[in-house]
Write a protein that binds this ligand. Structure first.
Ligand SMILES: *Cc1c(COP(=O)(O)O)cnc(C)c1O
Length: 379
């Protein structure tokens, strides 16, 4: 049975054109970018070209891009790097209550090492208000981390306003832009980010490669030690096929993003409109307008979300409760708790995320299957 895929926020299929350009870098152009011979130079050139493409896409300079194994590493590097570089300046971090685990857990760890962390609460739509961030800042604050858009409920944060506050206080500002890069316009200058993380597999590139943008002048300790790759900021042999694939994925997004946004938003709006018409006891989570064009997130009263996912799965539909990392564990989502959902609604969550290969037929099929699936589980 062919799957109907509604889990693009967890990962996306790799675009066949991306795989095509990667292939030679496994078999023929396999050099180590640090090697001083022809194959090494070829790898080095491919890497630097990929860096330029990515930098151009997000409004950065090539030397401000560090390739990483993904966004988890990029977020870890940003948080631990800033903490290490600024520990004698202060030991306080401000992060939002709706961050991804890869931001949340490094911050939690720093708390065990003598740092203080303020978790800025979200409103009922998942919005982090700039004034609340401003109020959380102390003389000791060395980092502010607020994601660009929520991977769970799709809310887009007022990052530009928060960046102005951070800049006014001279505090480095980390933006986790994993859900927005390749999906909506992202420009590091316009956003005002000092640090920004992204991941190729969330925008039709390969898994295992991402990047951290480090604005020139941002003080950051090196994360991985053991080599001077990436200008001494990230040791380890560079992932050339990954970087080449990431760059191709960027090029495809550059070409298609605006149109894809429109299509996905049409599908999303149909789900947001029709699901509450077809099913009773449903709540839409996340901001209605300030939200990702490809995210629809619901809570169904009196329904076990895990069971609903299994039911959809049996119908060939792949969806999610919100965070890939929390499903399986019987604890309600931290993000849904942060927006004030009662347990009943938090446990009955369903996240539908769309992408390049979503079709009208997929939407029709979901609208056909979901009502009886939900009602069946309520009996
Ligand atoms: C997927 C995701 C990450 C982690 O990215 P990986 O490259 O898979 O490590 C971080 N933040 C957000 C918001 C994500 O959606």
């Amino acid at each position: 049975m062919k799957h109907i895929y509604f889990d693009y926020a967890a990962t996306s299929p790799t675009d066949p054109d991306v795989v095509k350009v990667m292939e030679p870098y496994f078999y023929e152009k396999y050099g180590n970018a640090s090697s001083p011979h022809a194959l090494g130079r070829e790898a080095q050139n491919a890497l630097e070209q990929a860096r330029e493409v990515l930098a151009g896409f997000i409004g950065a300079k090539p030397e401000e891009i560090v390739f990483t194994s993904g966004a988890t590493e990029a977020n870890n590097q940003a948080i631990f790097g800033v903490a290490r570089a600024n520990a004698n300046k202060g030991r306080h971090l401000v992060i939002s209550a709706v961050e991804h685990h890869s931001v949340h857990e490094p911050a939690d760890f720093l708390e065990t090492q003598g740092f203080k962390v303020t978790y800025v609460p979200a409103d009922e739509n998942g919005v982090i208000h700039p004034q609340v961030v401003a109020d959380a800042i102390t003389n000791e604050t060395i980092l502010i981390a607020i994601m660009h858009a929520s991977n769970e409920i799709g809310t887009i944060q007022p990052v530009v306003k928060i960046a102005e506050i951070a800049k006014g206080k001279n505090i480095p500002f980390l933006v986790d832009a994993v859900q927005t890069v390749g999906h909506i316009p992202v420009n590091v200058k316009e956003l005002g980010a000092d640090l920004l993380s992204l991941s190729a597999h969330k925008f039709y590139g390969p898994k295992g490669i991402g990047a951290l943008y480090i604005r020139k002048g941002t003080k950051l300790g090196s994360y991985l030690l053991g080599g001077d790759q990436e200008r001494g900021r990230r040791a380890s042999t560079q992932n050339i096929p990954g970087a080449v694939g990431l760059a191709k994925a960027v090029a495809l997004c550059q070409e298609n993003m605006i149109e894809e946004m429109k299509t996905q938003q049409t599908y999303r709006d149909r789900l947001l409109a029709e699901i509450p018409q077809k099913i009773s006891g449903v709540k839409i989570n996340g901001h209605l307008h300030q939200r990702l064009p490809n995210n629809a997130h619901f809570s169904f009263q009196g329904v076990e979300g895990e069971s609903l996912l299994m039911n959809l799965d049996m119908n060939g539909i792949c969806a999610s409760m919100g965070s890939a990392c929390t499903s399986g564990a019987m604890e309600a989502s931290r993000v849904l708790k942060a927006i004030g959902l009662e347990d009943d609604l938090a446990y009955g969550a369903l996240r539908i995320t769309l992408g390049r290969w979503s079709t009208e037929e997929h939407i029709e099929r979901l609208l056909e299957v979901l009502p009886s699936a939900v009602e069946g589980l309520r009996l």
